[in-house]
Design a protein around this ligand. Structure first.
Ligand code: ADP
Ligand code: NA
Length: 332
C-alpha cells in the first residue's frame, strides 16, 4: 500500500481564473488542511509547450505562487515549487515516453483542441505533455490528484502508464493514482460561450474572471455574460438544457460554499438582471481579499522566489530516490 500523498499543478500563463480557483486551488487548500501530505507545483515546463514570452513566464510564475499563498496554501504545510527546479520530472518523463504508446497520446483531446487544425505546426512537447504530467505525479508516488474535469483523460493516461510500467517490469512500484474531481465547480464554463470551459488561455478576456480583476471589471463581465432571456427556473431540472444559466448558478454555489439547489431555492423565478449583480457582489466579496493579498505579495518577488526554492529542495528529496529506483528497475 502507498502512503496517501496529493500532487497537483497549474500552468503559469496569464492570470489565475475563476475556474482554476474554484475547480483546483480551493480544493488544494481543503486537502492541505485535511492533514494529508500535499505538493502543489507551478508547471512552467508545461506552459512552454506553447511559446511564452520569457519575462511574462517569470512574472506569471511568481503571480501564481502569490495566488497559491493568498488562497491559503501554506509553505509550512504544503510543498510549493516550480517544476523546472526539480529535474527528476523531466528525467522520469523520458522513461514514460518509452512506456506510453503513440496510440494513447493520439487519443488525447486536449492536444487536438490546443493544436487545432494545423497539427504539423504543434510542438512535440504539446504532444508528449501527458507523459510529463504522469511523471509530475508519479515522481512523488502521489495517490490523489485534485483537478478539474478537463484533466480526467490525462489522469487516466497516468494510470495506464503506471500499470504498464508495473507490468512490463514485473514490479508494484508506481501507484495507480486516483483523480479527485468533486464539487459543483469541476467545469466552470466560459462567460461568452456555454459550450467551452473557462480558461486562462482563451483569447477573449471577457470569457473569464481573473483573480486579478477589480470590482468594476468583475461586475461588467458578469453583466455581459451570455444568458438566455428566461428567468431562473423554480427547480434544478429547469437548468438541464440551459448551460449558461447553469454555469452562473454553479459559480454562485461554489463561491458561497453552497449547492445549486440552495441557489435555486433563493433565486428561482428571478431574472438575470436581478441575479447577475448579486453574483458579482458575492464574487467581489470572495475574490477581492485574494487579489489584494496577491498584489501585496508581488511587491516582494525575492520572498516568493525563496518560498519556491525551499519547496523545490523538499520536492527533490522525495523525487530523487524514486527516480533512482526507477532507473534501477529499468536496468540503468
Ligand atoms: P487553464 O486551462 O486555465 O490554462 P490549467 O490547464 O493550468 O488551466 O489547469 C489548472 C487546473 O485548473 C487544473 O486542475 C484544471 O483542471 C483546472 N481548471 C482549469 N479550467 C477549469 C475550469 N474552467 N473549471 C474547473 N477547473 C478548471
Ligand atoms: Na488547460
Amino acid at each position: 500500500a502507498f502512503t496517501p500523498r496529493v500532487f497537483s499543478g497549474i500552468q503559469p500563463t496569464n492570470h489565475l481564473q475563476l475556474g482554476n480557483y474554484l475547480g483546483a486551488v480551493k480544493r488544494f487548500v481543503d486537502m492541505q488542511n485535511s492533514g494529508i501530505e500535499t505538493l502543489y507545483c507551478i508547471v512552467d515546463l508545461h506552459a512552454i509547450t506553447v511559446w511564452q514570452d520569457p519575462a511574462d513566464l517569470t512574472r506569471a510564475t511568481r503571480e501564481l505562487a502569490a495566488g497559491y499563498l493568498a488562497s491559503g496554501l501554506d509553505p509550512a504545510k504544503s510543498i510549493l515549487f516550480n517544476q523546472a527546479r526539480v529535474p527528476e520530472h523531466v528525467q522520469l518523463a523520458w522513461v514514460f515516453n518509452c512506456v506510453a504508446r503513440m496510440g494513447w497520446l493520439n487519443r488525447m483531446t486536449q492536444f487536438k483542441d490546443k493544436a487545432g487544425k494545423n497539427r504539423e505546426a504543434a510542438s512535440v512537447g504539446l504532444f508528449t505533455y501527458p507523459s510529463l504530467m504522469a511523471a509530475d505525479i508519479l515522481a512523488y508516488h502521489a495517490t490523489k490528484v485534485p483537478v478539474g474535469e478537463d484533466q480526467k483523460q490525462h489522469l487516466e493516461l497516468t494510470r495506464d502508464i503506471a500499470i504498464k510500467f508495473n507490468n512490463d517490469y514485473g514490479v508494484d512500484f508506481f501507484p495507480v493514482t486516483e483523480p479527485v474531481i468533486e464539487g459543483v465547480a469541476t467545469r466552470v464554463m466560459s462567460l461568452r460561450d456555454g459550450s467551452k470551459k473557462m480558461s486562462k488561455s482563451d483569447p477573449s478576456d471577457m470569457s473569464r474572471i481573473n483573480l486579478t480583476d477589480d470590482a468594476d471589471t468583475i461586475a461588467k463581465k458578469f453583466r455581459k455574460a451570455k444568458t438566455d432571456p428566461e428567468p431562473l427556473p423554480e427547480t434544478l431540472d429547469g437548468l438541464a438544457d440551459r448551460p449558461e444559466a447553469r454555469n452562473l448558478v454553479n459559480i454562485y454555489a461554489a463561491l458561497g460554499d453552497s449547492t445549486a439547489d440552495a441557489v435555486i431555492a433563493e433565486f428561482g423565478g428571478r431574472s438575470f438582471s436581478d441575479f447577475k449583480p448579486r453574483l458579482a457582489d458575492l464574487a467581489v466579496e470572495k475574490l477581492s481579499p485574494l487579489s489584494s493579498e496577491m498584489s501585496r505579495l508581488m511587491q516582494d518577488p525575492a520572498e516568493i522566489d525563496r518560498v519556491l526554492e525551499g519547496g523545490a529542495e523538499r520536492a527533490r528529496a522525495i523525487a530523487a530516490p524514486i527516480l533512482k529506483r526507477t532507473y534501477e528497475i529499468v536496468g540503468m
